[in-house]
Design a protein around this ligand. Structure first.
Ligand SMILES: C[S@@+](CC[C@H](N)C(=O)[O-])C[C@H]1O[C@@H](n2cnc3c(N)ncnc32)[C@H](O)[C@@H]1O
Length: 290
């Protein structure tokens, strides 16, 4: 049976099932491994405990699902859910070699999928920002929690404090314009859709949560060993990646110029042990009322 996707989420799910999946696998070390310190800070705040049942929302390749599995131990269980079938296929196939015996994975759009119930914690690392109706999605997530169950979600803060992506976007915008029409799918509201803490707090209130809190966490994010490596993910994902992808041949013709300007834009981020650019997140925590 085809997984159910909200009609308004079809485009973003198509993007995550296709081009963005390919890029996630290609740049896995940056997008799923180097990003680990943000998850560690979130675990510190939401304290997954032995024996708990956890839902990992928009789990992608399943790195956090496996880590949560270790935190809740053999008496606990973690379900990773993602709208991208290819993410789930790969996460499932890798679970045995990761020694993950208490995790399982499901394909589903969190806005409309039946998420089950009885979860103590719903966790997400950058998996909640792409739904066209975040109130409906987060309400659906809340309904899967036990009374008193917690939500913990990591989302990007404003672009200005996320220079790891924003410097690239400024370079791309010097040369490229977003086409008015395109056949290429885009990732919907996008990675910065929850950057405003007041708006996202309202979204959580409307979705029925209580005790909402936003914790800011800033950190330099490792993009690669050297500048050549660091600009590759910048040109492939996020706002610059999308602009370049939508511009197709125009961007291809400008590739050398873009690469040179990007190397210059990130030059001051190069250190002896790699390239690190400023990044900043909100870690939202909230509770499903009793
Ligand atoms: C930025 S990636 C984060 C992946 C993973 N949490 C991580 O940190 O490595 C966003 C993930 O959310 C998933 N996603 C996007 N929209 C979704 C939706 N409506 N329902 C479920 N998953 C969704 C994507 O397929 C993708 O795997």
């Amino acid at each position: 049976m085809e997984p159910v996707v909200a009609p308004t989420n079809e485009e973003e799910v198509e993007a995550w099932s296709g081009v963005l999946f390919d890029r996630w696998v290609q740049f896995r070390d940056v997008v799923a491994v180097q990003i680990n310190p943000f998850s560690q800070e979130a675990y510190r705040l939401c304290e997954p405990a032995p024996g708990e049942r956890v839902l990992d929302i928009g789990c992608g390749l399943g790195e956090t699902t496996v880590q949560l599995g270790e935190l809740v131990g053999p008496e606990g269980a973690v379900v990773g859910i993602d709208a991208g079938e290819r993410f789930i296929e790969l996460a499932r196939s890798e679970a045995p070699e990761r020694g993950a015996t208490n995790v399982s994975y499901e394909v589903g759009d969190i806005q409309v999928a039946d998420l089950g119930n009885g979860f103590n914690l719903a966790f997400s690392r950058f998996g909640t920002m792409f739904c066209t109706n975040p109130v409906a999605a987060l309400r659906n997530v809340r309904e899967s929690l036990v009374p008193g169950g917690r939500l913990c979600m990591i989302v990007w803060r404003r672009k200005l404090d996320n220079e790891w992506l924003h410097r690239g976007e400024l370079v791309a915008e010097r040369h490229l314009e977003r086409p008015e029409e395109t056949d290429e799918p885009t990732c919907g509201p996008g990675p910065f859709s929850m950057a405003n803490a007041d708006t996202t707090t309202d979204v959580l209130k409307h979705a029925g949560y209580e005790r909402i809190s936003a914790h800011r966490y800033d950190r330099d994010y490792r993009l690669g060993d050297d500048l050549d490596q660091a600009i590759e993910p910048v040109m492939a994902i996020g706002p610059a990646g999308e602009l370049i992808r939508l511009a197709k041949d125009d961007a291809e013709r400008l590739r050398d110029t873009l690469e040179a300007e990007l190397r210059e834009a990130y030059a001051d981020c190069a250190r002896d042990d790699g390239v690190y650019a400023p990044a900043s997140v909100w870690i939202f925590t909230a509770v499903n009322p009793f």
